[in-house]
Design a protein around this ligand. Structure first.
Ligand code: PEP
Length: 249
C-alpha cells in the first residue's frame, strides 16, 4: 500500500552525542500518525541509532552500501553488515554519492539488486541538474536514471522501493522546485512505472520529493496528489523543523 514517508538524511553530520540528542529530541515529540519516519545517520552511529529508536516508530536507514557481500573494498559497508545491526533501509543514488564518489547507474543497479536480496527498503534518489532543466531535458534524464537502475527488477520487488525525486539544483541551495514542478515530475514518474510494471505497482509506490524542504513549504508540496512525503537534508538536523515537516505529510 502507498504510504506517506518523511526521511531525514543526516549526511556527514552529528557525532555520537549529537546523534543521541537529536534522536531523544525527536522521541520527545511523541507518536507520528499517518506517516512513516526514517532517519539516516552516518554509518558509525547506526548501531547507536538502532538502539535508541527501539520501541519507537522511527526507522533507521543507512546512507550507502556496497553491492558485494564482503571482500577487499576498503571503507565500504555491505548489506550483510547492515542487516546484522538491524538496519533494513538504505538510501541509494543520492546526487552527492553520484557526483563526489562517482557512483554510476550501473553501480546503482547492482546495489539495488543486493538490497532487494536482503529484503531491504531502498530509498532511491534521482533527479536532474540545473542545466538539464534549462535545456528542457529533465524528463529524459529522470527516465534514464530510473530505467538504468530499477527497470531490471521484478514487479514484486517494487514493495522494497521508495522513490525520491531530488532535482540537484534544489538540494541544499534553498531553491525549491515549485509544487507544480514537483507534481508534474511525480506524475511523469508514476506513469513511467505504470507503463513498465503496471498500474498496481505504480499506484502503490511512494514517491518522495527532496530539495530544500522546510516547515514553511512542506505542506504545499506534500499536498500534491503524487507526492507521498519528502527526503529532507538540512532541515532534518533540527528536531523542531523535522517534526513540523513530518506533521505536514
Ligand atoms: C538531500 O540532500 O537529500 C536534501 C534534500 O537536502 P536539503 O533538504 O538540505 O536540500
Amino acid at each position: 500500500m502507498r504510504v506517506k514517508i518523511v526521511a531525514g538524511n543526516w549526511k556527514m553530520n552529528n557525532d555520537k552525542e549529537e546523534t543521541e540528542a537529536l534522536i531523544e529530541a525527536l522521541k520527545s515529540k511523541g507518536k507520528f500518525t499517518g506517516v512513516q519516519v526514517r532517519i539516516a545517520p552516518t554509518s558509525v552511529n547506526l548501531v547507536q541509532a538502532v538502539n535508541a529508536t527501539k520501541d519507537t516508530d522511527i526507522k533507521v536507514s543507512a546512507q550507502n552500501m556496497h553491492y558485494s557481500s564482503s571482500g577487499a573494498f576498503t571503507g565500504e559497508i555491505s548489506a550483510n553488515m547492515l542487516e546484522s545491526i538491524g538496519v533494513n533501509s538504505i538510501i541509494l543514488g543520492h546526487s552527492e554519492r553520484r557526483a563526489y564518489f562517482n557512483e554510476t547507474d550501473a553501480d546503482l543497479e547492482k546495489k539495488v539488486a543486493k538490497a532487494i536480496q536482503h529484503d531491504m527498503e531502498v530509498i532511491f534518489c534521482f533527479g536532474e541538474e540545473l542545466n538539464d532543466r534549462k535545456e528542457n531535458t529533465h524528463f529524459d534524464v529522470v527516465e534514464k536514471q530510473l530505467k538504468a537502475a530499477l527497470f531490471s527488477i521484478q514487479p514484486s520487488d517494487w514493495k522494497y522501493i521508495v522513490l525520491a525525486y531530488e532535482p540537484v539544483w534544489a538540494i541544499g541551495t534553498g531553491e525549491t522546485a515549485s509544487p507544480e514542478q514537483v507534481q508534474e515530475m511525480h506524475a511523469f514518474i508514476r506513469q513511467l512505472i505504470e507503463n513498465q510494471f503496471g498500474k498496481i505497482v505504480a499506484d502503490n509506490v511512494s514517491i518522495l520529493y527532496g530539495g530544500s524542504v522546510k516547515p514553511a513549504n512542506a505542506q504545499e508540496i506534500f499536498s500534491k496528489p503524487d507526492v507521498d512525503g519528502g527526503l529532507i537534508g538540512g532541515a532534518a538536523l533540527n528536531a523542531d523543523d523535522f517534526f513540523a515537516i513530518i506533521q505536514s505529510a
